[in-house]
Design a protein around this ligand. Sequence first.
Ligand code: C2E
Ligand code: CA
Ligand code: CA
Length: 629
Amino acid sequence: MWPWLTFALGVVLVVGLVAALPVARRRRIGGGRTPGPALVAEHRQAFEALHEAQVFNEAVLAASPDVMVVLDLVSGDWEWTSRNVWEALGEYAASTAEAPAGILRHLVEEDRALVYETMARLATLPDGESVMIRFRLRRPGGPPRWILGRATPFARGSGRPRALAVLRDVTEIAELDARLQHSALHDPLTGLPNRSRLVELITTAEQQGDDAGDLALMFCDLDRFKHINDTYGHAAGDAVLVEVGRRLQGALRAGDSVARVGGDEFVALLAPTRGSGGPPQSPAERSSALESLARRIQDRVSGPIEHAGNELEVTFSVGIATVSRGAAAADALRDADDAMYRAKRSGRGRVSMFDEALRTERESRLRVATALAHALAPTPEGLARLSVVYQPVLDLRGLRLMGWEALARLTDQEGKAIAPDQFIPVAEDLGVVHLLDQEVLELSLTALREWTVAHPAAGPLTMAVNVSASQVHRVNLTTVIRSALERHGIPASSLVVEVTESVLLGLGSSTLGQLRELHDLGVAVAIDDFGTGYASLQYLTTLPVDALKIDRSFTQKLSTDPTSAAIIRAVAALAAELGLTCIVEGIETQAQLEALPPGVLGQGFLLGEPRPTLSGEASTEKKDFTPAG
Ligand code: C2E
Ligand code: CA
Ligand code: CA
């Protein structure tokens, strides 16, 4: 606001002043006849008005923080300056005791060309237009000052092109600007560039590089950083981040840069290696060179960090991606991030290079995520994409139907089925699996209710639903389940909730509390995939558990591997002793069926495949079998 206002005011005043002077002089001299008393009075009035205008003018100029200058656009000399020029810019002028024109000589070298170019442009600018520039003036014994100038050409009729300029010292604002800009682009803790700045750096490097394909990103993620934070406190965590940032910088070459892009995530941007004149590297050679570079950097950066008398062990996982020519920086970052995730999955301190497999995996995850988003939207088309199939659970004595397990099914836009092993992990990652579980609960309780109404003579049958317990904190499981049971008029004893063993072992006390509430409500809690999570059998007695489902990997080896058979027998005996139901999963063959201990329930393709409707038909041909033992 200020420059325009002051500028406009200044232009009016100064132009008025400069134009008024010759007019006054002309009028005084003009005419040739002897001035009469009337004329004298007129002259006096004119003179006084002029004087008044001048005084007002000077007061305005003096009060203004700006310096107004009339500039000769040919010589660069300042023909006129407002009175307060010394006050505002005096610091520079006084130090040199030079005329104002000399100030131009104190331009910072880098800004000189800009100022002279602007003067040349001003000379050709149409009337009424103006330009604004920012330049720096050197100052003895101190940092340069920033000056903001706005100038407009004027009085060109007089021969020499001139401009009126309004100047202001904006050093404080410029410094604040720079600080804001720095903080917008840097991480305050480590002082390293942040993600925004990294994207700028990548883009600039891509534009400058003669072979952008040689640029690479190394995405580094600290291993077990949360553990450091939780165990030693946030100050220790901060110290680790600062030190890792410092070590990373030290491990890179000049021309490389490192940014902190997230909590414990750093990204190094590796400039192209100027070859030693040898033949260009093949992509495979390039990959292996980058991988060994990453390992060298890991070696230099890993290692204990001292903090408050503690030795904090630091390792990190690295994902590498090259930046392909013309690719968006964000895409390259995502590639490196994906590669880092794969490195993480394979353990601590690993290195992984982005490749086609990861690209395919990402595309399929995207397809799955899209299908999930559609399926979970409460629209008719959405609901049609998510369905449930029911697999019978039988009591092996007489193959009596005990109930079903509800299994979710998802189709993509083209109606192609997506396997649960694909969409459940994606739903978990996206944090929507509890919505899916609730939908399955709704559909399966509806189906059970219909079945019960249609078969009034049948005894009570159970419906088992899978619950991703890692997400239980997102909802109150007990409330959701209790209200669903009430709505469908189904007793709690007809519902089984299956939680996988590995998840159960990692559950916090609040989730365990929810399972206990369910158990107390009368809902059966079953440990799914039992045997894969190494739960100690002793631990079982402390959990709110009603049933064990022996994982199908044991069933598969049942008739060939004596150990598996022994394990199944032992678990079945233990379950019986603890009063738990034991269900054997994945029964596919008659031989497996016959090798099972008595008293267990069974589930598997042999006994009944998952089907879209509830059915009690066991598909085994041999219905009159008797279990071994
Ligand atoms: P799970 O809970 O262990 O479910 C049993 C899986 O074994 C099902 O695979 C079923 O189709 C399959 N199966 C049944 N009988 C046999 C057999 O005789 N041989 C073999 N090889 N497999 C058999 P599905 O439906 O692909 O489900 C895979 C997993 O996805 C499930 O394993 C469960 O962990 C998860 N899942 C399925 N539906 C849901 C759901 O609604 N919510 C949650 N959270 N997870 C679900
Ligand atoms: Ca299950
Ligand atoms: Ca299972």
